[in-house]
Design a binder for this molecule. Structure first.
Ligand SMILES: [Zn+2]
Length: 86
């Protein structure tokens, strides 16, 4: 299930609250084994099954905000070693 990239472009460059770049995308829904791994590496935040209007979470000030959809393809591909399940 892919979302259209209507808000194409880069993810927000910095946290709107503290200007930190230490933020991660929030993944909603049931985490897969892969997404759990990435979450454990601190690269994403698991948002649970309740979909909210927040796409990003700042680790510095612990604030979540909306903004563009994360580019999940890039996030998953970044660190998986050719292990494409399904
Ligand atoms: Zn912040």
């Amino acid at each position: 299930m892919k979302q259209k990239k209507s808000m194409a472009g880069q993810p927000v460059p910095t946290c709107p609250h503290c200007n930190s770049q230490n933020f991660v995308p929030i993944l909603y829904g049931l985490p897969t084994r892969e997404s759990e791994q990435i979450a454990q590496q601190g690269k994403i935040m698991l948002g649970g099954c309740i979909l909210r209007d927040l796409n990003w979470f700042c680790k510095e000030c612990e604030t979540a905000w909306g903004g563009p959809q994360p580019d999940w393809d890039a996030i998953y591909n970044k660190d998986s070693h050719g292990n494409r399940g399904n």
